[in-house]
Design a protein around this ligand. Sequence first.
Ligand code: URA
Length: 261
Amino acid sequence: MVAEGAGLTRMAAKPVKLRQYLQSLGYGTRREVEALLAEGRVTDAGGEALYVDDEVGEGTPVRGGHRLPHAALRVDGLPLDPAQGLLVAMHKPIGVTCSTKDPGRVVYDLLPARWKAREPIVSPVGRLDKDSSGLLLFTDDGQLLHRLTSPKHHQPKVYRATLAEDLRGNEAELFAAGSLLLEGETKPLLPAVLEVLGPREARLTLHEGRYHQVRRMFAATGNAVLTLHREAIGGLSLDALGLAAGAWRLLAAEERALLGH
Ligand code: URA
């Protein structure tokens, strides 16, 4: 998938040596990146080969050589992977785990293989169960990750659930009350909004994210969730993003703004 969007143009504030920069984007070990440079495979947009001591950044280098912005660099003639500070939206399919350690299919398998070697690492913003699908965000920006996951800046999350049994009719009131206690917990849930979509289908908007929260909320009503799909996070909806199951893309500036970033 072609990486377009805000991340491509965002620059590291301080100039960085080209070798170090390419290493941090996962282009290889020190030796591998040095080999790429020695083979003339790292160039500017016009195809001129760059050297190990050239820099990535703005302005004029003090000691000569080249200093180029991220957007002007090419490896094997191709634009670089997104710069640091990326924010990615994925349509997580069912059956894939939000983990690096799971022996089965993991969400990282859906992203470019090189991203596994990026530094700082690209992490999911919150999680979705293996059996759940829907909107999942990733970032390599620690501050952004903190803001997007901190209860203080919580973005409402919207889920659509299909259920094993008919709704009883009292669920909306129970979830809105702000007094529901999940099994094994001592702090009641914050009020949540339930919209009934059918006898066994509902949309639920949460203002916090506890472990398996939706499944446990319906379990507390004597029901069971059969399918669970996250439709939206804050103002960002999967439908509007137009991502098919398993697809991802970098968020553009106006899409980031829908999350308050
Ligand atoms: N609630 C759940 O039960 N599972 C999820 O994946 C997300 C919210």
